[in-house]
Design a protein. Structure first.
Length: 148
């Protein structure tokens, strides 16, 4: 299935990490939502989930790969979609509602970031639900739906 996903992560303690070409960045403890594209199929989301389960990424490629080793998986959301512009729309909409890490995961997008943060999980999930609807992504799957 092709689409857009949001991976929800928890970072239990503050960290300073080297994130690829972005360099060293500081991350506060809390909850993070990463917006990604699965336009070639849901295997991209599966890759991140497997890396979270292993607790490491052997060959980091995307910005999120550098953060995953330090996080716990909270859950995910997935919307079936074939429009490559929707990922940027979701990220841009979330950037108006939530704090974010500048330029994270957004090198191929006009959004300021694809990684959003909140101290409260409930606030993060509420804003995600509002944004999905506002950009016209109606059918949303989550971890409980077992589509992947």
């Amino acid at each position: 299935m092709k689409g857009i996903y949001i991976l929800i992560l928890h970072l239990p303690s503050c960290k300073e990490l080297k994130i690829g070409k972005l360099g060293r960045l500081s991350f506060e403890s809390g909850y993070y939502a990463y917006v990604g594209s699965a336009l070639l199929g849901e295997h991209r989301l599966m890759r991140h989930i497997k890396n979270l389960q292993k607790g490491k990424v052997l060959n980091p490629h995307w910005h999120i790969d550098y953060l995953i080793s330090h996080c716990e998986k909270v859950g995910w959301f997935f919307a079936e979609c074939h429009d490559p512009k929707k990922e940027g729309e979701v990220a841009n909409a979330l950037s108006k509602k939530l704090s974010y890490i500048d330029n994270f995961g957004s090198s191929d997008s006009n959004a300021p970031s694809h990684l959003f943060k909140s101290k409260k999980l409930k606030k993060l999930e509420e804003e995600i639900q509002k944004v999905w609807g506002s950009v016209g992504l109606a059918k949303i799957y989550s971890e409980k739906d077992s589509i992947i």
